[in-house]
Design a protein around this ligand. Structure first.
Ligand SMILES: Nc1ncnc2c1ncn2[C@@H]1O[C@H](COP(=O)(O)OP(=O)(O)O)[C@@H](O)[C@H]1O
Ligand SMILES: [Mg+2]
Length: 321
């Protein structure tokens, strides 16, 4: 299912000598967390803003669920798409609850439904509603403001969420927990997310689909593991530091990883169909086997018996450390 489809999209700013987005074609499937990665100025923000029509396009088309967005009312379109930016942009004169409720109120939800939804959302971004509901933005830390911004973006239950370097302004620890929460929310809500970052580690952690951009174009798009192991160009290889990550993977064995981490417990059912490797094999071998088999999980064997199931996320985490 193609949730968002870009076809030959081009953006030219009036004063610029070359296009900021230069003929981008891309399909983002439903429920996918797609990450736009690339250096500053490569056109990530511009491309993101074409989706909710904050940015007009000079050529090409953008479809959402097969419908050309040019034919939709931009105001209605924007209300149906969550948008999170680094500068959170909370309304300073409104409480946390009122900020989160902005779009549901615009949509004229029943007040009781709004109140219940606000509490649920605050809890889902780890803010205790009883503590934070009545506070004003000035009474929150940067990380807490960012959480309220995310809750607000999710308030109207958007099926599409645009996130532009949303965690850039918070410290590393809060950033880590917001990344985890984003993944958890995505799994729970099943939203399609287009996420912009210039941070490679963040991109590798979050992406189902990683899109590497350069000078307004797509340099490579694919699964993170594929881009790590088979970078299409020297630019991509440099950016994801593929050599370094692979070196790390080749010196760690499956057994060592499992001894340090918390592997997924063997699940009942279909694990017999998964590829398998001995615990003495390297993570690089594991990645190769998983790519070959098109599998996101792998059976780890000790003495021929299944000791654990390794998933791609765990492997990706190891590539980063
Ligand atoms: N409003 C604008 N007017 C003119 N040029 C702009 C404007 N916004 C961005 N640009 C230029 O377009 C290019 C892409 O910018 P942007 O999409 O913000 O990149 P990124 O988000 O990847 O850093 C850059 O060269 C930038 O200078
Ligand atoms: Mg930007």
């Amino acid at each position: 299912m193609a949730r968002i489809r870009f076809e030959g999209v081009r953006v030219v700013y009036p004063t610029a000598s070359r296009p900021a987005v230069d003929g981008i074609s891309l399909t983002v499937p439903s429920g996918c967390l797609a990450v736009l990665l690339g250096p500053s100025g490569c056109g990530k923000t511009t491309l993101l803003r074409t989706v909710n029509r904050l940015q007009p396009i000079a050529a090409g088309r953008i479809e959402i669920d097969g419908r050309d967005t040019a034919a939709l009312d931009p105001i209605v379109l924007r209300r149906s798409i969550g948008y999170v930016i680094q500068a959170v942009g909370l309304f300073p004169h409104l409480t946390v609850a009122q900020n989160v409720a902005v779009v549901p109120n615009l949509l004229r939800w029943d007040p009781r439904r709004v109140a219940a939804r606000v509490d649920e959302l605050l809890a889902s971004v780890s803010l205790d509603p009883a503590v934070f509901r009545r506070r004003f933005p000035s009474q929150l830390s940067g990380g807490q403001q960012q959480r309220v911004g995310i809750a607000r973006a999710l308030a109207a239950e958007p099926e599409i969420l645009l996130m532009d370097e949303p965690f850039g302004a918070v410290d590393a620890i809060v950033r880590g927990s917001l990344q985890e929460e984003t993944l958890a929310l995505q799994r729970r809500v099943g939203a399609t997310i287009l996420f912009v970052t210039h941070d490679v580690e963040e991109a590798l952690l979050l992406a189902d689909l990683l899109i590497v951009m350069r000078d307004g174009r797509i340099e490579q798009a694919g699964a993170p593991a594929e881009i790590l192991t088979r970078p299409a160009t020297p630019f991509v290889a440099d950016l994801v530091d593929a050599g370094d990550a692979l070196r790390r993977l080749s010196v760690i064995t499956l057994g060592e990883l499992l001894a340090h981490g918390q592997p997924a417990a063997p699940e009942a059912g279909s694990s017999a169909e998964l590829p398998s490797l001995d615990a003495g094999a390297s993570l690089r071998d594991a990645l190769a086997v998983m790519l070959e088999a098109g599998a996101s999980r792998l059976r780890v064997l000790r003495d021929g018996h299944e000791a654990a199931i390794l998933d791609l996320d765990t492997l990706r985490g190891a590539a980063r450390r």
